[in-house]
Design a protein around this ligand. Structure first.
Ligand code: ASP
Length: 463
């Protein structure tokens, strides 16, 4: 605990030193928002310049200059991929080190079971609420009614793992293999066990704890340094995506798209705030404001996993959730909690049933709620994975899996939006658990500028 305080004060102290200078400068969040908007505009402009995936060649004095080669396959690709790689690179070391620290700082490791129980319980409850709202609204709006789409499209689903397999596979046979593969559940299990062993190891344990606490400071600093390329990374990812996304591809899927989008927004701006207020009494507007960076990252990367460093930083440096809770609940949530995904699945199931004119019974709807909630546990937070899970849900209620081919065309944008909802859910649950365990810093939560300059290079120089 003392060490945790020390870290926080170290970070706070350095915040203060640069707060004044940086107020005049653009905050990192504003830069990221600018990167996002200009990326979308630039991508759309490139698409207009090169319609239908064509190229635009500009003859220069000695050679032909290809706009696609230079921008889409060149600069944008390099910046976007380097940005993604640098985020992913941080995930495993960050989760492992901060979780080991989190367990050590709990002291009383018997609390772990209680914290885990609360987090998993809340994750399951919020996911079932999400999917129930989604199906109710989809049934009212009926986006699939009267849609006549070519159904010669095919989709081959990958086999979804069974619940037994999911449980068995949570335990690594080789922790280094788990790290190398980026297997989040196995990494979490190993870190928990390792942390418990450290906590029970007396003097030797204390020395190792001190080492991990220092490592944690260093890795969080690495996150801060890399955050500085975020505006460019977000710009490149979105620009390159918007060279292909066009509203014309939506066709008669527009209603489906809008229903999913509407429910995602409703869940983020109504369900979460209501739950947060009811369970903690905290002001939900502050929560939503503090989520801005993390949601933009989630939107741009479409990956809860890749967003873990930013979600963790948001929870611990902006919202006041202690590392002992966030280090556990954030990576766990990124792996098992996917409310946004469940919303897409609820609407998609109703949509596909309507398109294929198949009536679902009440029992079928309940099956969908249950399967989608359970399926989300076994699914990694990476782009597009929600569609694989959808195959499992459709199979459970006897709907044609090929239905997925109908909606795949508009899935990328929905994937981005639902990932933003997924990480918002992870953060909200972390906040609720932290508050109930009194592992929460109210002052930091209320401080609008908390963590504001944490990413500033100037601050690093000053330190
Ligand atoms: N991309 C989502 C996530 O990472 C999962 C999905 O719905 O495909 O949270």
């Amino acid at each position: 605990m003392a060490i945790e305080k020390n870290q926080n004060s170290e970070i706070n102290k350095s915040n203060l030193t640069t707060n004044k200078d940086s107020i005049k400068k653009l905050s990192l969040t504003s830069k990221i928002v600018i990167g996002m908007v200009t990326g979308i505009l630039f991508g759309t402009f490139l698409q207009w310049l090169m319609p239908n995936g064509s190229d635009k060649i500009i003859p220069l004095y000695l050679f032909d200059f290809s706009i696609r080669g230079f921008f889409v396959d060149g600069i944008l690709e390099i910046i976007g991929q380097v940005f993604m790689a640098s985020l992913r690179m941080l995930v495993v070391p960050l989760v492992f080190v901060s979780l080991v620290c989190g367990v050590c700082s709990l002291k009383d490791t018997s609390k772990l079971g209680r914290i885990g129980g609360k987090a998993v319980g809340l994750y399951l409850i919020t996911t079932s609420i999400a999917i129930s709202i989604a199906m109710t609204i989809a049934l009212i709006v009926a986006p699939g009614e009267g849609v006549n789409m070519a159904t010669d499209a095919t989709f081959t689903s990958k086999e979804a793992p069974s619940l037994a397999q999911v449980i068995i596979q949570m335990f690594p046979t080789n922790p280094f293999e788990a790290f190398a593969q980026g297997n989040m559940l196995q990494t979490i299990v190993f870190a928990l066990l390792f942390g418990i062993a450290i906590a029970l190891s007396g003097k030797a344990g204390e020395r190792i704890t001190a080492f991990f606490e220092d490592m944690n400071v260093v890795i969080m600093r690495l996150v801060s340094i890399l955050m500085n390329i975020a505006p460019y990374g977000v710009f490149a990812l979105l620009a390159s995506l918007f060279t292909t996304v066009s509203l014309a591809t939506f066709g008669n899927l527009i209603e489906y798209f809008l229903v999913v989008f509407f429910v995602l927004i409703l869940h983020a701006f109504v369900t979460y705030p209501v739950l947060l207020k009811a369970l903690t009494g905290l002001n939900p507007i502050i929560f939503l404001k503090k989520m801005r960076d993390a949601t933009i990252f989630a939107f741009s990367t479409a990956s809860s996993n890749a967003t873990i460093p930013v979600t963790l930083e948001t929870a611990t440096q902006k919202m006041g959730v202690k590392n002992s809770i966030a280090s556990f609940t954030v990576p766990l949530g990124a792996t098992i909690n996917m409310d946004g995904t469940a919303i897409m699945q609820g609407v998609a199931t109703v949509f596909i049933a309507q398109v294929f004119s198949q009536d679902l019974t009440l029992a079928d709807y309940l099956t969908v709620v249950l399967t989608a909630t359970l399926a989300s546990i076994g699914t990694a937070g990476v782009p597009g994975v929600g569609l694989i899970m959808l195959a499992m849900v459709l199979q459970q209620v006897g709907l044609p899996v090929e239905g997925i081919a109908l909606i795949i065309g508009v899935d990328r944008l929905l994937d981005m939006t639902r990932t933003a909802v997924n990480v918002t859910g992870d953060s909200m649950v972390s906040l609720i658990v932290a508050k109930s365990e009194e592992q929460f810093d109210m002052e930091m939560y209320l401080d609008e500028d908390a963590g504001h300059d944490i990413e500033s290079i100037d601050k690093l120089k000053n330190n």
